[in-house]
Design a protein around this ligand. Structure first.
Ligand code: ARG
Length: 495
């Protein structure tokens, strides 16, 4: 038994080893034929990665009744796409996922108000700088008298966005403050307003966009030594010289034609209408304004769950058959698969499929999410079926066989119908679990319900209400599914 376990482990590790040799060194040959530009033109689509929580650079707004990502960076991206004669496609994800997404080829470039730091230059190349900004602190207005510089926050808790230069500034220049890093700027604002943190280190224009519409918070320049005026650049994969040239030409045109102020003004209009529609007489936005966001999220959650449960069931049945088969080798492989999937977090599986597999073939986030959830669910379904089949007393098989039935006939007519009574409710539970767990695909930017809840948080400037709404929607989904399944289960027991 022990030996078997060891073999499983060695087998698993050797399967995975090739996947870890990622340190992609660019050979001279690759640079000379640098396909970065050709690929985009051939595809006819420029895919940019962004983190749309950063007005006026990039943020969500309702344009002509549809949720759209807008902002200065998006206008720049559109100009580059136009110059290239291709369509623009935007992948929205958490800021700290952007560089991994670029490295694995899931996006062609990053436009996210990203500063060209030396550390980042180790893994990506940067365009010319297109915008410069200050580094600010955002505090609650009521604390105005308490804090007017970064040093006043000694002993206090400050927040910054994960993976940003602001996080680094807080670490290096506010050593006496405690740092809390969160994934999005809307999470940071929520933490500030609910007194979880006392200040946020934020890029100036971003801070002004938020404080301009909300008098419960205010901002001032932090007096940081490092990165006080950091410039934003566009990040591209190392060695994409042909693409870099085109991008820098477009940026030079933007500069020459003084387009940035136009882009910012346009972002400002979107921001105003977004925030205008967010506010009602009570001064708070009603969640009903955002029903379309929740609707899109709910439909995607249902879609991902249904498709994954169907594919997962096929995988599960297949695995169960293989596990129960006489072929020792395949049955061992199936067991190893099930154990491995059950022994690793689904979040890592989702990210692994998206980033690692995306390194080899480019797959959209939604597809990657469905594949990951299906593969995960397959392992659980396999266990459900296996335990369902083995729950049928052996006496039943023996009786069937002694009546002269063949193995398959016995399985089909005697074992399976009885096993189904155990399998069905467990499968139903698996479905309910998938509805809830599929929320994990939000980490790779799939706009399912949790992702959309976060979007609503950022567009409505409210933290708790969106969570409550999404909780109720999840409950309605799972509760009605449970009721439906119970109904069929009840019917089955009368058969
Ligand atoms: N300029 C900062 C940096 O490069 C912050 C950028 C954050 N961008 C965003 N889209 N949230 O680290």
């Amino acid at each position: 038994m022990k030996k078997k376990g060891l073999i499983t482990l060695i087998l698993l590790i050797s399967f995975m080893l090739p996947l870890f040799s990622f340190s992609h060194t660019v050979s001279a040959e690759e640079i000379s034929q640098d396909p970065s530009l050709e690929d985009i033109k051939e595809r006819g689509v420029l895919i940019i990665g962004t983190s749309a929580d950063f007005p006026p650079y990039e943020f969500h707004a309702t344009v002509a009744g549809k949720d759209t990502i807008v902002g200065m960076d998006i206008s720049i991206a559109q100009k580059i796409a136009d110059d290239l004669g291709v369509e623009l496609q935007i992948e929205d994800m958490q800021f700290d996922s952007l560089i991994p997404a670029l490295e694995t080829g899931n996006v062609d470039m990053i436009l996210a108000g990203m500063s060209a730091t030396d550390e980042r230059k180790l893994s990506v190349d940067f365009s010319d700088i297109y915008y410069e900004a200050t580094q600010n602190l955002v505090i609650r207005s009521e604390d105005k008298v308490l804090y007017s510089s970064k040093d006043d926050l000694a002993g206090k808790i400050v927040g910054a966005q994960m993976g940003s230069i602001q996080e680094k500034l807080a670490k290096t220049e506010m050593v006496d403050s405690k740092l809390i890093s969160l994934g999005t700027t809307s999470d940071l604002l929520l933490a500030l307003k609910t007194n979880k943190i006392d200040a946020i280190v934020m890029e100036g224009p971003n801070a002004l966009a938020f404080t301009g519409v909300d008098d419960t918070i205010l901002t001032f320049e932090g007096g940081f030594e490092g990165g006080d005026t950091e410039g934003s650049s566009i990040a591209m994969s190392k060695g994409s010289d042909s693409l870099m040239n085109v991008v820098n030409t477009s940026l030079a045109e933007i500069e020459a034609e003084k387009l940035i102020p136009d882009y910012l003004a346009q972002a400002g209009t979107y921001l105003e209408t977004a925030q205008g529609s967010a506010a009602t007489e009570s001064g708070k936005s009603s969640m009903t304004n955002y029903w379309s966001y929740f609707m899109e999220g709910t439909l995607n959650t249902i879609f991902i769950s249904v498709v994954s449960v169907i594919i997962g069931s096929f995988i599960g049945v297949l695995l169960a058959l293989v596990r129960l088969s006489n072929n020792k080798f395949f049955s061992f492989l199936a067991t190893a698969y099930v154990e491995f999937v059950r022994g690793t977090p689904m979040m890592i599986q989702v990210m692994f499929i998206y980033f690692a597999v995306g390194y080899l073939i480019n797959i959209p986030a939604m597809l990657a999410g469905i594949i990951a959830v299906s593969l995960n669910s397959g392992a659980y379904v396999c266990e459900i079926i296996r335990s369902g089949l083995s729950s049928v007393p052996t006496g039943q098989v023996e009786a069937a066989r002694s009546l002269g039935m063949g193995k398959n006939t016995a399985l089909r007519h005697i074992i399976f119908p009885q096993a189904l009574k155990n399998i069905w409710p467990a499968l139903g539970n698996e479905f309910v679990t998938i509805i809830k767990e599929s929320s994990i695909v939000s980490v790779i930017g799939v706009s399912e319900l949790i992702f959309q809840t976060r979007v609503v948080t950022s567009v409505s400037y409210r933290g708790i209400a969106p969570l409550a709404v999404s909780m109720v929607i999840y409950f309605i989904l799972t509760f009605s599914l449970t009721k439906l399944l119970n109904y069929y289960e009840g019917k089955m027991s009368h058969d």
